[in-house]
Design a protein around this ligand. Structure first.
Ligand code: SF4
Ligand code: MG
Length: 324
């Protein structure tokens, strides 16, 4: 498999009054061309911070402390973390597009959806002019399966349902034919039947546009539905990486094992891990050694002392745990 993104040693800290929050620490992974790569874990594990840091979308008091994000663009490899403001903005929305949880927040209430979709293309000069932009916007509404697109194109966001708005946001994300689509909890704000339709739509569009997808979610049901490969995060670090089959059939990290045990029905949401006693650690003063040791049923002395490195234990299956 050919990597499109190589993330190495990515570290983000937030400088708050209470202290330095070590939100993510030495996160490394590859994303392959054309796959759906899922980043999973509980709320606060650093999966959103990781996805945002990929294109420097970290706001003060957060800072990317170190790391590199090599993007294999059509013009060769680029370290996205070395680009200046203007250069990274050019990449964002064009080569790499984001979809966030709340479709409402992603749309401007003052403009109709046709204008907003057209604007995404005009800004990046991927259409000749506004007229061309509106024409393409209509095509996009058709592709994301909005019923009656000719009249819907003039709708304002408040005139649409949550599911329809998320279709518009997804369509806007795809306007410039991005190489990578980063979707952060794209269905979490929607009700269950609409969730399934949106996931189906994302799979359809991924095939049509040949886009690589990075999916951020805490929902193992969504992961099972969508992911080719999975990275499990815990307390700002990668615990395990593998194919969907490796992770579901043979989870190695005690945290992953707990995560899967906590979800007897994969379509239910997990906010907390009932199967694993203890709480998510404070990231101002994270536990030493393995950050999972206070909650781990297998913790040994070394787990308190030494940070486990991410090691490949079978082909393509990596785990950060002293048991291996
Ligand atoms: Fe548990 Fe130790 Fe493995 Fe951490 S390194 S998950 S504490 S066994
Ligand atoms: Mg999040």
């Amino acid at each position: 498999p050919e990597p499109i993104l190589e993330v190495r040693d990515l570290t983000v800290h937030f400088y708050t009054y209470a202290g330095v929050v070590k939100a993510i620490e030495s996160v490394s992974f590859d994303v392959y061309k054309g796959e759906t790569f899922a980043l999973v874990g509980e709320t606060g594990c650093g999966k959103s911070v990781t996805s945002r840091a990929l294109t420097q979308l970290i706001e003060s008091p957060g800072r990317i402390v170190k790391g590199s994000v090599i993007y294999h663009s059509d013009n060769g490899p680029i370290d996205l973390l070395k680009l200046n403001e203007e250069e990274i903005r050019e990449i964002r929305g064009k080569d790499i597009a984001y979809i966030f949880q709340d479709p409402h927040a992603s749309l401007d209430p003052l403009y109709n959806v046709g204008y907003q979709i057209a604007e995404a293309m005009v800004v990046h000069n991927t259409v000749k002019d506004w007229k061309d932009g509106f024409k393409k916007a209509l095509d996009i509404l058709k592709r994301v399966l909005i019923p009656d697109p000719e009249s819907r194109i003039k709708n304002y966001p408040h005139e649409m349902s949550g599911g329809m708005k998320q279709r518009v946001v997804i369509g806007t994300g795809l306007t410039n034919n991005p190489k990578i689509l980063i979707a952060d909890e794209p269905t979490t704000a929607l009700d269950v039947t609409v969730q399934a339709q949106i996931l189906e739509l994302m799979n359809k569009l991924k095939r049509e546009y040949n886009t690589t997808v990075i999916l951020i979610t805490h929902n193992m049901g969504v992961v099972a539905e969508m992911a080719d490969r999975i990275a499990v995060m815990y307390a700002g670090k990668i615990a395990e990486i593998g194919t969907a089959k490796q992770i579901f059939k043979n989870p190695l990290h005690p945290y992953t094992q707990g995560l899967l045990r906590a979800v007897p029905n994969p379509m239910t949401k997990i906010e907390r891990l009932e199967a694993i006693p203890g709480t998510v650690p404070n990231l101002i003063k994270p536990p030493g050694g393995c950050r999972f040791h206070p909650r781990c049923p297998f913790a040994k002395e070394i787990c308190k002392q030494k940070v486990p490195e991410l090691k490949e234990v079978e082909d393509g299956h990596f785990v950060a745990c002293h048991l291996y």
